[in-house]
Design a protein around this ligand. Structure first.
Ligand code: PLP
Length: 434
């Protein structure tokens, strides 16, 4: 950066070029307002941790301190605690994954894993293929390493293989370097859709044939409501998939414990990168989780979470049917999110201040695209508010949307509609966006 200092930041000219990828989002300030208790927030993807009995965690912590305090309070291994990695194998087996404890690296949440993997592979200008729409804070990471994010479209069955093929061919013809495909194939964030088994196989085949790694991010796979989803992509492909898991949604995000299951050679580099970044992931929270997993009925607890989120998903879909029957939206069979399509002439981002004024918040669709797409989309999260609040939130949202449509129709009778230009890339997440 060649800019000199400005009034707000004397060091403005000192930042690395990649810091430009961390530009603040224009909706961030609004989200501070949206976290007030009178606002029904359908914006953030915060797990409902109150459904986790606190005494289960307290007793695990007490046992850790009593039996293993000095070790739990010490630095640990850069790869993560062996006993926890054994448990992680059991967790992944539920989604058809077989691997070796040696190939697991424990990270500070899967967000940190995204950072480490990107750091290992991305040079400025390298292409990251990312499903469109994509998890906002993954894109923040990709941008901060100056990746060229290229979206591949999805439909109700997930990423479209034919579109992936076309994108690869076009980008290769343009001389681009393609490093990996980023995907959340199960109960995606934000679209709430799940990639079919047939497409999983086809996409793996396309990536194999084109020498492109698959970065499979799977925080929601165990939170299914209507039967088990297809097994993870990693269950059929070992060498070409870097798999990310986390305890944030099946236990609690406050522990900040996630993991990577990587092909053996990559695993070695990940450990070095992990050590460079944090020396070792938190010994204390790894010990507590290992203790919890070996003493509590954690599968029953995941089932409890499924029940809570299923009820909230149902409340949201019913309320959408009742209050906004003319819109369309996805029908998630697990996870946290519904992706809503508004009429073409509505802009979810410019509508957000009015929504917050009506005491409801959502995440505008443009947050989930690096290229200005998603203007008439919004993500609604059903994970945190109770069913009654969800219903009330959708009622308020319908007032906002209908008011906006009325306004536009009044305008269109007197003057041409204002041209709504796509917003410039907006990749930074508002606080607690998830
Ligand atoms: C798709 C996806 N990946 C990664 C993360 C980060 O999770 P963690 O808490 O494990 O860092 C989230 C959090 O919402 C997410 O939705």
């Amino acid at each position: 950066m060649t800019n000199q200092g400005n009034n707000l930041d004397k060091w403005y000219g000192h930042y690395a070029d990649r810091t430009g990828g961390l530009a603040a989002s224009e909706v961030r300030a609004l989200f501070a307002v949206a976290s007030r208790p009178e606002v029904v927030s359908l914006a953030g993807g915060m797990p409902y941790v109150s459904a986790l009995p606190q005494d289960l965690v307290t007793s695990a912590m007490e046992r850790v301190m009593r039996d293993n305090g000095p070790v739990a309070l010490q630095y640990g291994s850069g790869q993560g605690m062996p006993a926890l990695r054994e448990h992680i194998l059991e967790v992944m087996a539920l989604e058809g994954i077989r691997g070796s404890v040696d190939d697991i690296v424990v990270t500070t949440g899967s967000q940190h894993a995204l950072e480490l993997v990107t750091k290992l592979f991305i040079n400025p200008g390298d292409v990251v293929l990312a499903e469109g729409p994509s998890y906002v804070t993954a894109m923040v990471v990709f941008k901060s390493f100056q990746a060229d994010i290229q979206h591949v479209p999805m439909d109700d069955y997930g990423l479209i293989p034919e579109a992936l093929r076309e994108h690869i061919a076009r980008l290769r013809a343009d001389g681009k370097t393609l490093k990996f495909l980023y995907t959340v194939p199960t109960f995606s964030n934000p679209a709430g859709v799940t990639l079919t088994w047939e497409r999983r196989l086809e996409i793996l085949e396309i990536c194999r044939a084109n020498n492109i790694l698959v970065l499979e991010d799977n925080p929601y796979g165990l939170l299914y409501f209507d039967g088990q989803p297809p097994h993870a992509m990693r269950s059929v492909e070992e060498e070409g998939v870097i798999y990310l898991g986390t305890f944030s949604k099946t236990l609690a995000p406050g522990f900040r414990v996630g993991w990577v299951l990587a092909p053996h050679a990559i695993r070695e580099k990940l450990i070095l990168a992990n050590e460079a970044a944090v020396l070792s992931p938190s010994s204390f929270t790894q010990h507590v989780i290992a203790e919890y997993l070996s003493t509590a009925d954690w599968k029953a607890q995941i089932d409890t979470f499924r029940g809570v989120y299923r009820e909230r998903r149902d409340a949201m879909l019913t309320a959408l049917d009742d209050y906004l029957p003319d819109l369309s939206w996805t029908h998630p069979t697990g996870g946290f999110y519904v992706w809503v399509t508004l009429p073409d002439n509505l802009d979810s981002k410019s509508m957000l201040p009015r929504a917050v004024k009506e005491l409801v918040a959502y995440t505008p669709g443009t947050a989930f695209y690096a290229d200005g797409g998603g203007r008439n989309k919004m993500r609604l999260a059903f994970c945190y508010p109770t069913p009654d609040f969800i219903r009330e939130g959708i009622r308020r949202l319908s007032t906002v949307i209908n008011g906006e449509l009325e306004l536009l129709s009044t305008f269109s009778q007197t003057a041409p509609l204002p041209v709504v230009r796509p917003e410039p890339t907006m990749i930074n997440p508002p606080a607690n966006l998830g």
